[in-house]
Design a protein around this ligand. Structure first.
Ligand SMILES: CC(C)(COP(=O)(O)OP(=O)(O)OC[C@H]1O[C@@H](n2cnc3c(N)ncnc32)[C@H](O)[C@@H]1OP(=O)(O)O)[C@@H](O)C(=O)NCCC(=O)NCCS
Length: 173
């Protein structure tokens, strides 16, 4: 069957991950390191992308990463990832990180990010991903926004690619 004809619903790949924050992941203030949070975000994003593509995926970029509020040692961190849009071989995934107050049963938003993953075969070559089916207004809004972000991202990716080619070995200095 032609891969391009395959479609998948947003709900089929939505992913969630929970973590209790330990002191080894914290800075001197007792807050979670930003880099560790980025790792958690990347992992849950990759789960959603790989589920959507049903393939190995690699992270091409992470952008619009906002650290809204600190995460403390002992906090219960909840991360939710959803594919916002599938392109040809790439997908934009939105990740939202929240801290759950288990006593009050409330969630506090701490971070959000958009990541792009590329589906690859065993040799690292890009493979076509299924197109996304949005079923709610919220999903449709995220789909539209992802298209706008891709346009902005593409210009910058192309500019950097050209610069790398122009500079050749100088790029590494
Ligand atoms: C991401 C990667 C596969 C792109 O390879 P490439 O040769 O530049 O591929 P192309 O230019 O053909 O682009 C392939 C897709 O990736 C997208 N893409 C490439 N660079 C991108 C970037 N920086 N941000 C977002 N999307 C990007 C393209 O838009 C294209 O999407 P489409 O097929 O849906 O239209 C390649 O750069 C790579 O393997 N990077 C390392 C990935 C990795 O190891 N990640 C873990 C970090 S340690």
């Amino acid at each position: 069957m032609d891969d391009v004809a395959i479609t998948r619903r947003v709900s089929e790949s939505q992913s969630e991950r929970s973590e209790i924050i330990f002191p080894a992941d914290a800075n001197a203030l007792g807050n979670l390191f930003g880099g560790r949070l980025m790792q958690f975000i990347d992992l849950v994003g990759a789960m959603a992308a790989s589920r959507h593509a049903r393939a190995i995926t690699v992270t091409a970029s992470m952008d619009h990463l906002d650290f809204v509020a600190p995460v403390h040692v002992g906090d219960l961190l909840i991360l939710k990832a959803s594919v916002n849009r599938a392109f040809k071989t790439s997908m934009e995934v939105g990740v939202k990180a929240m801290v759950e107050d288990v006593r009050k049963q409330q969630l506090r938003h701490v971070s959000s990010a958009y990541l792009t993953y590329v589906a690859v075969d065993r040799e690292g070559g890009g493979i076509t991903v299924p197109q996304l089916i949005c079923e709610t207004d919220h999903q449709r809004r995220r789909y539209e926004d992802a298209g706008r972000r891709r346009e902005m991202r593409s210009g910058e990716v192309l500019r950097k690619k050209r610069l790398r080619e122009q500079l050749g070995a100088e790029w590494n200095l």
